[in-house]
Design a protein around this ligand. Structure first.
Ligand code: NAD
Length: 272
């Protein structure tokens, strides 16, 4: 057992990510769960968090109101809850790890303002592998230059609603940024109807495959005459996001106020 246990409160405890987070926290020697919150009236209310997550009772009851105590708040809930949760963290002066995606401009402004008072790690993808892959994408694109063709293939389960995935867009953006280009001018997600047209120079193509139960696969290709480089990441378990978020929770516990990303947690932020 490690000497210091990082106390965490999980918000969105009843959700897919919340339950994985509870399992990861209770199975780790580095953390202690001190609170579990889900929205008012949800079926998980009043249940023991361990039981909710399918493990043993741990003596922490799921409540419907976030009352932060001395702990890192790990929020994977829904965008409607984000502003209220940030404000409660600011009032209590506790660090926040925010994984909720789809937050609007108002919430982003509140987040930015709050980061003057408390340390916050916010990222749309807490996977260590994807964070590294994004940096590798930028490094490769910068070294190869815009004359190399870039294509991305992503695969996700059949229930996924959005295409291309946010992660594919993030990789494309990293390539565009590293070569001083604007992604909106380059992205190509549909080549149908252009059979007689060759590939446009500089475009970044994205192919979205949907089917089965794939948690998420991304392959970034750099192609030129005579050679091809492929960088791939395959996720097989949602727990990677929870493990990344908990790594961020441990990291942010002793930080100065500021708005950080998973790249900061991994020490990759300066690599472009
Ligand atoms: P989910 O719908 O299974 O769970 C969301 C939970 O939040 C539900 O139990 C809901 O009752 C609860 N909730 C709603 N309003 C609340 C409130 N006001 N206070 C407390 N709890 C509230 O969703 P999920 O798959 O667990 O994902 C949750 C969020 O995390 C989504 O925004 C998702 O896109 C995001 N996510 C982020 C990453 C990442 O790496 N950043 C990875 C996976 C999912």
């Amino acid at each position: 057992m490690s000497e210091h246990l990082t106390p965490v409160v999980i918000v969105g405890a009843r959700g897919r990510m919340g339950r994985v987070l509870i399992r990861e926290v209770t199975g780790s020697d580095n953390f202690v769960l001190v609170g579990a919150v889900d929205r008012s009236g949800g079926p998980g209310r009043g249940l023991d968090a361990g039981r909710l997550a399918g493990t043993v009772d741990i003596g922490v009851t799921v409540t419907d109101e976030l009352i932060p105590r001395r702990a890192v708040v790990v929020d994977f809930s829904l965008p409607q809850a984000t502003v209220g949760n940030i404000r409660r963290c600011v009032d209590a002066g506790v660090p926040l790890v925010l994984g909720t995606t789809g937050i609007d401009a108002e919430a982003r402004a509140v987040l930015s303002e709050a980061s003057r008072t408390i340390p916050i790690v916010s990222d749309a993808n807490f996977s260590v592998g994807i964070t590294l892959l994004s940096r590798l994408a930028g490094l490769a694109a910068r070294a190869l230059g815009p004359s190399w063709d870039t294509e991305i293939i992503e695969i996700h389960h059949k229930h996924k609603r959005d295409a291309p995935s946010g992660t594919a867009l993030r990789l494309a953006k990293a390539v565009a940024k590293a070569t001083d280009r604007n992604l909106a001018d380059l992205i190509r997600t549909d080549r149908s109807g252009s059979a007689s047209e060759p590939r446009h120079e500089g475009e970044i193509g994205i192919v979205a495959v949907r089917g089965g139960d794939s948690v998420g696969e991304h392959t970034l290709m750099f192609l030129t005459d005579g050679e091809r480089i492929e960088l791939s990441h395959r996720a097989s378990d949602r727990a990677i996001f929870a493990r990344g978020a908990l790594r961020a929770a441990r990291w942010v516990e002793s930080r100065e106020p500021g708005l950080y990303s998973m790249a900061d947690v991994l020490g990759l932020a300066d690599l472009g």
